[in-house]
Design a protein around this ligand. Structure first.
Ligand SMILES: Nc1ncnc2c1ncn2[C@@H]1O[C@H](COP(=O)(O)OP(=O)(O)OP(=O)(O)O)[C@@H](O)[C@H]1O
Ligand SMILES: [Mg+2]
Length: 325
């Protein structure tokens, strides 16, 4: 299992959208996906528990919420483990960790932090055999939720907006006290920073100026494709629409031209992210087994589409394809 934290110390830049859309896409390809919602706003939990069409898969909650997981993790309380799962947010993380740290003596705070990290590490160890990919959605903050994820995770992706205000968030996320580089240097040398991914990009002079400034300061940390070109997600209503409806962008793309255009830009970026996470061999395996199933069902004279549903590419979120993989 690869664990990807989606984080940046700036609100409203697309962390939850990237988390949910990448999760739905990865699931549509047959990967077993877990999403952890570490944000008290519970936007990812809500979006992944919505469903728009029959093609959409709702993520199933594990038996413990995010706060329970950190405070009193118990493997037996997780219940049965589905292939598209959610550790739901519960709105209590700030109270139990951030406010607790402000109002309690340092000894108790330290032992709670220590316990949270130990619980999180134990949880990830226990569920690792059940999933290929775990994506953590985070709040626009840099507290214990981010530190435990950085300490125990494999990789980080940071969506950004090309704006002056986002530049401070970039610095904090990269080099702050609980920043990626600091935690990588001190406790998790294996941590892989996939990079900053500009989102909601528009071709305006202000955004071009902000991109120049970001590139001058942290150019080496911007996500680039195999040709070393910068990649970005444009501002398109289709992203918000897909999130609101509870569906994959690829699903909207079947009937909506604007969504198709947005998906054509997004899909290679998601492929790049899955590749950087080392999931390409697993995806090839899944693709090969789908092809074999198709050939077998054709040989049996069964309509392969009845058996397999749409192909993974067309049928984002189609559980009938994924659950047999
Ligand atoms: N590329 C995009 N184009 C248009 N709308 C987008 C795009 N990306 C995200 N959005 C929308 O922008 C809003 C903010 O995105 P999102 O909730 O993912 O941000 P966030 O970083 O998770 O915010 P928060 O810090 O509050 O958790 C949402 O309505 C989302 O659907
Ligand atoms: Mg969010």
């Amino acid at each position: 299992m690869k664990t990807l934290l989606v984080t940046i110390s700036k609100g409203g830049v697309g962390k939850t959208m990237c988390t949910c859309q990448l999760a739905r896409h990865a699931r549509s390809l047959g990967l077993r996906v877990l999403v952890i919602d570490f944000d008290d706003q519970v936007n990812a939990s809500n979006a992944l528990e919505r469903k728009y069409t029959e093609n959409d898969v709702v993520a199933t909650r594990l038996g413990q919420t995010a706060t329970e997981l950190l405070l009193r993790y118990s493997e037996t309380d997780l219940g049965s483990i589905p292939e598209f799962a959610l550790v739901a947010g519960d709105g209590a993380l700030v109270r139990e960790f951030v406010e607790f740290a402000r109002t309690t003596d340092p000894g108790q705070v330290h032992s709670r932090m220590y316990m949270a990290q130990a619980n999180f590490a134990a949880f990830l160890g226990d569920i690792a055999p059940h999933f290929d990919l775990c994506i953590i959605d985070s709040p626009p903050a840099a507290d214990i939720r981010i530190s435990v994820s950085l300490m125990e995770g494999d990789a980080v992706l940071s969506p950004i907006q090309l704006s002056q205000e986002c530049i401070e968030g970039i610095a904090e996320t990269l080099s702050g006290q609980r920043g990626i580089l600091r935690i990588k240097a001190s406790t998790n040398p294996e941590l892989q920073f996939l990079g900053f991914l500009p989102n909601m990009v528009e071709s305006t002079p202000k955004q071009r100026e902000a991109l120049r400034e970001i590139a001058d300061n942290v150019g080496e940390f911007l996500l680039r494709n195999e040709n070393e070109e910068l990649v970005f997600l444009p501002r398109r209503a289709a992203f918000a629409d897909a999130q609101e409806k509870g569906t994959a962008l690829a699903n909207l793309a079947k009937t909506n031209t604007a969504a198709r255009e947005a998906w054509a830009i997004t899909k290679p970026i998601f492929t790049l992210i899955l590749e950087r996470l080392g999931l390409t061999p697993k995806l090839r395996q899944l693709d090969a087994s789908r092809k074999i199933q198709k050939i077998e069902s054709q040989a049996l004279g069964v309509n392969p589409d009845d058996v397999l549903g749409a192909t993974a590419d067309e049928g984002a979120g189609n559980e009938s394809v994924a659950s047999r993989s």
